[in-house]
Design a protein around this ligand. Structure first.
Ligand code: IMP
Ligand code: MG
Length: 175
């Protein structure tokens, strides 16, 4: 069986949208500085491109999470594989994610970050699959709403592959 990636959102379309979100964020945070929190690994490509389009002062930090396993996954408990290097207390924090799917990861993560008392906490995601939502998640900035298809590229992987594609594609399998 061979795999083929069908283009869903072309490189130019994605870049244009990221530029527009960057401009919106720059307006919303005018006069303040912004602390971007990237959820590894998927959010990394999006965060770098987005950060370049933001004109207010920006600092960056990274965290990595994984689901606890099949049984606890439904409870939405995620394990912190790598925590943030710096405190977020009193900072204007924007979490940058690749995709919101069921919403379980983000809902847990946002709750955990809120306990650390940031001045503000918002969420920015490149992609959103609203049809798949199980747990409600307040998304402040969305790149694209997409149908319920498994996508890759721009940081998103299938078995660790395709993260480096400069566009968003759908993996299709052929004999
Ligand atoms: P959620 O907790 O169900 O919202 O899923 C969050 C994580 O699942 C995302 O951060 C991705 O890492 C992964 N994921 C969900 N949908 C896709 C997809 O279509 N392609 C690649 N990864 C996905
Ligand atoms: Mg992710």
């Amino acid at each position: 069986m061979s795999e083929h990636v069908r283009v869903l959102l072309a490189e130019e379309e994605v870049n244009d949208r990221i530029r527009a979100i960057g401009e919106q964020i720059s307006r919303d945070y005018a006069g303040r500085s912004l602390h971007l929190v990237c959820v590894l690994k998927g959010g990394s490509f999006f965060m770098c491109e987005l950060a370049k389009r933001i004109t207010v002062p920006v600092s960056l930090d990274f965290m990595a999470v994984s689901s606890y396993g099949a049984t606890t996954r439904s409870s939405g408990v995620v394990k912190i594989v790598k925590d943030l290097d710096e405190t977020i207390k009193g900072k204007d924090v924007l979490v940058v994610e690749d995709i919101v799917d069921s919403g379980r990861t983000l809902s847990y993560l946002l709750e955990m970050l809120r306990d650390r008392e940031p001045a503000s906490l918002r969420l920015c995601t490149l992609l959103d699959k609203p049809d798949r939502r199980v747990v409600p998640v307040p998304v402040d900035y969305t790149g694209f709403q997409i149908p319920d298809e498994f996508v890759v590229g721009y940081g998103l992987d299938y078995a660790q592959k395709y993260r480096n594609l400069p566009y968003i594609g759908v993996v299709e399998f052929e004999d």
